[in-house]
Write a protein that binds this ligand. Structure first.
Ligand SMILES: Nc1nc2c(ncn2[C@@H]2O[C@H](COP(=O)(O)OP(=O)(O)O)[C@@H](O)[C@H]2O)c(=O)[nH]1
Ligand SMILES: [Mg+2]
Ligand SMILES: [Zn+2]
Length: 257
């Protein structure tokens, strides 16, 4: 049912190989030359649309951050905390989910403009956002009145990283309950982000998560990535992320003392 996938780090697979190395192939296409042509066509279309999105964001002075993670790592909880702290910054949220408006509803009432994209509603139930999906939501966002657009991607540790949606920056939320090994097992997303937000640190006393081993694994796949530790539940460390966002919005707003 899916449309296409790509691994653009060049090491995961070539387009003429089956996609099974990432654990699934939902392209629905036969292998061979025809499949390559279809993938090239579709990725060309994605990249052209991503460029159009990026141009629109730039034209309106909107800084766009694509937030990715596994399901349940804490994206929506963190975005709630974030919206509460971003006073003075005009924020929009583009909420990506396969089904339901549950997360979009959780983010309502906090001053942000929200646009929901359900990939199960006309986009084949995709496990990620792509550039045309993001583009479909832009008419529902007041871009001219925004400084920052936060995109909550569909929960999935693999596919979202493969699609440029026109964002200026990428961050991922990673929960300490996911173990130390995932940067090595799922390197594509870890490589594609500037910032890894290590979430649920309130649970560390109850886990045997080895933070040093995790940090070493992140460094092994992406030496340039910045990491921040936080708890979206207690709010500890969230200010560091909010400062990172503020520093990029271009909105000349001093942070509250
Ligand atoms: N203990 C703890 N739970 C958290 C934290 N952040 C999120 N959660 C919980 O993790 C679950 C999934 O969170 P959610 O924000 O929906 O994750 P998402 O799927 O990435 O958007 C919910 O039950 C949250 O309450 C955290 O920092 N600490
Ligand atoms: Mg969510
Ligand atoms: Zn997928």
């Amino acid at each position: 049912m899916g449309r296409f996938h790509r691994h653009d780090d060049g090491t995961e697979h070539r387009h003429d190989e089956p996609h099974d190395r990432t654990g699934h192939d939902h392209s629905g296409y036969a292998t061979g030359a025809q499949r390559i042509q279809v993938l090239e066509h579709i990725f060309g279309e994605n990249d052209r649309t991503a460029a159009a999105n990026r141009a629109d964001f730039a034209a309106h002075g909107v800084h766009t951050v694509n937030v990715m993670s596994s399901p349940g790592a804490g994206k929506t909880t963190l975005l709630r905390q974030t919206l509460r702290r971003l006073d003075g910054v005009r924020v929009g949220v583009l909420e990506g989910d396969i089904h339901t408006s549950l997360d979009a509803d959780r983010l309502g009432g906090l001053g942000a403009a929200i646009a929901l994209v359900n990939t199960g509603d006309g986009f084949g139930g995709e496990c990620h956002l792509d550039a045309p999906m993001v583009r479909s939501a832009l008419p529902r966002l007041p871009l001219a009145d925004l400084d920052l657009l936060l995109i909550e991607n569909v929960g999935n540790l693999v596919c979202p990283a493969e699609f440029d949606v026109g964002e200026a920056a990428r961050a991922m939320v990673y929960a300490v309950t996911e173990g130390e090994d995932k940067p090595l097992k799922y390197p594509v997303m870890f490589r594609s982000v500037e910032l890894v937000l290590i979430n649920k640190i309130d649970l560390l006393p109850y886990l045997d998560f080895d933070l040093d081993a995790f940090l070493a694994n992140v460094r092994a796949v992406n030496p340039g990535a910045r990491t921040l530790r936080l708890s979206a539940r207690t709010g500890e460390g969230v200010d560091g992320w909010v400062e990172w966002l503020r520093s990029r919005t271009g909105a000349d707003v001093p942070s509250p003392a």
